[in-house]
Design a protein around this ligand. Structure first.
Ligand code: URA
Length: 434
């Protein structure tokens, strides 16, 4: 087999066999197939798609590039949540300790880094000094069982093929593809050995799949293939027509998550965290009512139990938790620049995708595989859709060490917002639980 002819075959829209997909994915993992050929193949999939057999094979090959966790069958319910990706999406940082604090499920979570214009849980966690996200399969399993949760990335043991494909897709504009998203998300979630999976399917202009019907299709595909591996899958379609919460950027998002974990923080982040965690607990115990579950979870946030669970996870994974207990200890960006509103009115739309790219330009993400992230960098939004602003009031604050990038952006940031003279309704947080 030759990578060249397989790229041509996919370019022509033909279906690849399981052996051909395995040849490409494993060859890339073994560094026998170079980045440029794999990138060409991913781009061909991006344009031509994959049929159901190919998607099934693609998931399976990535999954089998590593090992699978097998938890003992002792009646414990293992569950996880995964998002299809968005801007300011910090829900995993809240949901995982919240679910752990409930004591009703255990959460072995494999997450990814920033992808395209979106942020990634791993980069957020690693902005906490000392937090280690690489762990052996054995240690991952042990920590999950001992404290109720472990937060890691793809490793040499677990989905190594997703690790390399993910990094390549991040910088080659090949994320917005249903088969590639299915392979990436499901391989990780099946490898974790969970019983139940909540999927946060983002829809809107900051999501990878922005169109509503296409988001529903993605949700249904993920459920279909997840169920084929015996997972109970609950997709929830949530809005991504504006950044989630006020903060975009790794440490900024950790700080905002800490607020939510202590019963404070933006309503949007709290609400989506509560709904997704409730869905997870309802998968574990379908007989409990949503009202009962929600009341329990609200208490865990408001009493600080979820916050303490996060400290426990972070401490166990090597973090210096003094930075979480006293976030003001964290170094500040060299530049903090306030961008003021160019006009008065109600915010009627936000270019969420572009704000994600803006955060990357400030240092919060990678433009190339080898780029280093500035964990402090990012943006703070002072208004969301449906909120009124007067001309000259603060609209966005930029945090960065890169002054030239900030100066360039400061001139353009006002353009990311549309203004109306009449009231605009706030978009819903949740569209649909499928
Ligand atoms: N999250 C992932 O893990 N993979 C994708 O492709 C998109 C979101």
């Amino acid at each position: 087999m030759l990578p060249y002819t397989l790229i041509e075959k996919k370019q022509a829209g033909k279906a690849l066999s399981r052996e051909e997909i395995a040849f490409l994915v494993n060859g890339f993992l073994q560094k026998e197939i170079p980045d440029y050929q794999m990138a060409a193949f991913l781009m061909a999939v991006f344009f031509k798609g994959m049929d159901a057999d190919e998607i099934g094979a693609y998931i399976d090959v990535i999954l089998n590039s590593g090992k699978r966790v097998k938890f003992p069958d002792t009646g414990t319910y293992y569950a996880d949540k995964h998002s299809t990706g968005g801007v300011g999406d910090k829900i995993s940082l809240i949901l995982a300790p919240l679910a752990m604090a409930s004591g009703r499920v255990k959460v072995p979570m494999i997450s990814g880094r920033g992808l395209g214009h979106s942020g990634g849980t791993l980069d957020k966690l690693e902005s906490i000094p000392g937090f280690r996200t690489d762990m052996s399969l054995k240690a991952f399993q042990k920590q999950t069982d001992e404290i109720g949760c472990a937060l890691i990335g793809q490793t040499e043991d677990l989905c190594p093929a997703d690790k390399v494909l993910y990094a390549l897709r991040d910088v080659t504009a090949t994320v917005r593809s249903v088969p590639l998203i299915c392979g990436s998300i499901l391989s990780k979630k099946i490898a974790e050995g969970v019983n139940g999976l909540v999927l946060d399917i983002k829809t809107g202009n900051g999501a990878f799949i922005s169109d509503y019907d296409a988001s529903v299709h993605l949700a249904d595909q993920l459920r279909h293939f997840g169920e084929a591996y015996g997972l109970s899958v609950r997709p929830v379609i949530t809005d991504m027509n504006q950044p989630l919460g006020n903060m975009i950027g790794n440490w900024l998002e950790v700080r905002e998550s800490l607020d939510v974990l202590k019963g404070e923080g933006p309503e949007s982040v709290r609400e989506i965290s509560l709904v997704l965690t409730s869905q997870m607990l309802s998968l574990a115990d379908p007989k409990r009512s949503q009202d009962e579950i929600r009341a329990e979870l609200e208490q865990l946030l408001d009493r600080g139990d979820a916050y303490r669970a996060f400290l426990k996870i972070a401490g166990t994974q090597g973090a210096d938790i003094r930075f979480l207990e006293e976030p003001e200890r964290y170094p500040s960006s060299a530049h903090r620049i306030e961008v003021r509103s160019p006009r008065e009115g109600t915010i009627s739309a936000i270019d969420t995708y572009q704000l994600g790219l803006d955060a990357i330009a400030l240092g919060a993400g990678r433009k190339m595989i080898t780029d280093k992230i500035d964990p402090k960098a990012g943006l703070e939004l002072h208004r969301h859709i449906g909120e009124r602003i007067e001309r000259g009031e603060p609209l966005v604050t930029l945090y960065t060490d890169n002054k030239p990038a900030a100066d360039l952006l400061a001139e353009r940031l006002g353009d990311r917002f549309s203004f109306a003279d009449t009231p605009t309704p706030k978009p819903p947080y949740i569209h649909e639980i499928r």
